[in-house]
Design a protein around this ligand. Structure first.
Ligand code: ZN
Length: 178
């Protein structure tokens, strides 16, 4: 089955996030396996069914599902089985993936905006020999010379980094609209 771009982006993000969360690449692969199964089925599935389909213990599936749910990577739905009882089921569908990606793009964008603000309000000096950067205070303290190699410090060109970050934001916003 060929995945669309949004689904592949989502699964790739989930793989890295869960591998990071557990500090274990295999858990990242397992996360992708679970999310791909849910996305292909395109309906809410109980953890017992998932465990059967994937041949993994229900306990292990439940544990990783909760971690993924906390990270917003999987939806949880409550379905009533009869008048008094209900069952929890897990889902991932196109709408869910799209909402997740939009939220993710917004989060990344706001981080970049903070970085731009920080850059535009600070003056940095850089050593052309070792490429260490120094704040204005440090630069005065070291009398405009690098304490490591005595090279004269030059003011960093933050405007090019600001332009770069601004373009990244523009691209993210464009992807979000498409
Ligand atoms: Zn230096």
């Amino acid at each position: 089955m060929v995945e669309d771009l949004e689904t592949s982006l989502f699964l790739e993000y989930a793989r890295r996030r869960i591998a990071f969360e557990y500090d274990n690449e295999e858990m990242g692969e397992l996360a992708v396996k679970i999310l791909r199964t849910l996305s292909e089925r395109n309906e809410a599935v109980s953890d017992e069914t998932l465990a059967l389909v994937l041949g993994i213990s229900a306990t292990e599936i439940r544990r990783i599902l909760h971690v993924m749910h906390k990270a917003g990577l999987v939806g949880l739905a409550r379905e009533s089985t009869d008048q008094y009882r209900y069952e929890y089921k897990w889902f991932v569908n196109k709408d869910f993936i799209r909402r997740f990606l939009v939220q993710h793009v917004n989060k990344v964008t706001s981080k970049l905006m903070h970085r731009i603000n920080a850059l535009s309000t600070t003056t940095l000096y850089i050593c052309p020999t070792c490429f260490r950067s120094y704040t204005l205070d440090e630069t005065y303290e070291y009398d405009f010379r690098c304490p490591r190699d005595d090279t004269e410090l030059v003011q960093a060109d933050v405007s090019s980094e600001i332009t770069f970050l601004t373009n990244v934001i523009k691209n993210l916003r464009r992807e979000e609209k498409e």
